[in-house]
Design a protein around this ligand. Sequence first.
Ligand code: ADP
Ligand code: NI
Length: 225
Amino acid sequence: MSELLSRAEIIDRTTQYIQDLLRDEGTGHDWWHIKRVRDMALFLADKEGADLFVVEVAALLHDIADHKFHDGDENIGPAKAREWLHSLNADDDLINEIVTIIREVSFKGAHVNTEMSSIEGQVVQDADRLDALGAIGIGRAFAYGGYKERPMYDPDIDPVMHHSFEAYKKEAGPTVNHFYEKLFLLKDRMNTSTAKKIARRRHNYMKDFIDTFMSEWNFNTKNDL
Ligand code: ADP
Ligand code: NI
C-alpha cells in the first residue's frame, strides 16, 4: 500500500482494529481497559506536554499481544505493533517510537527497573498502571487470577519480590500475592506528579480491600460479632 494516511485515519483504523481484536477478552485486558488507558494517557499527556498523537497510538497498541497470553514471549507485542503500523504505511520514526514504548511499558518484577525512555512512554505507563489500581484494579486482578485457575489466597504461600523479568513471568502464586508483588508497589513508581496523586487514592482503597479480606479470612468469633 502506498497511500499516505492522515493522523486521524491512523487513529481511526487502529481503534477499530484493537476494538475488534479485544472485544471479548475476559481477563481485564479487554477493549475497555485499552479505552480507559487511552483516555487517562491523553489526560496526562495534555498536562505533561507530551505528543498526543504518539501517546494515543501507543496506548491503543500497548496490549496488542501481551507476553502473559503468548507463553512469555515479550517480542510478540512489539513485532505485532510494527507489523500493524507498517500495514498503515506509517513512517519509520513513528513506528520505532511506538515499538519502544510497547517494549518498555510492562511491569517486570519488584526489583526490575522499568524506566521509560520518552515522556510519551511515561504517560502511557502511568495510565496503564493506574488501571491496575483501585476498584477496577481489584476486579482485573481477580479476573486474571480466575482465568489462570489460581486460588484467590493461600496463607501458606508467601509473595515473592522478583529480581528478573524471567522469574516474574514464571510466577504462578495466588492472586492476593500479586497485590504485594506488584500492585502495592505502583504508587511509588508513577512517572508524573498527576498520576502520583491519582495513584494514592486508588492505592488506599486497595489497601482497605485487602485489610477487610484478611479480617474476614481470620474471622474471630469472640471479637468479630
Ligand atoms: P503490565 O503490562 O504492566 O502487566 P497490563 O495492562 O498487562 O500491565 O495489566 C496487568 C494486569 O493484569 C495486572 O494489574 C492484574 O490486574 C493482571 N495480572 C497480571 N499478573 C497477575 C497475577 N499474577 N495475578 C493477578 N492478576 C494479574
Ligand atoms: Ni494494559
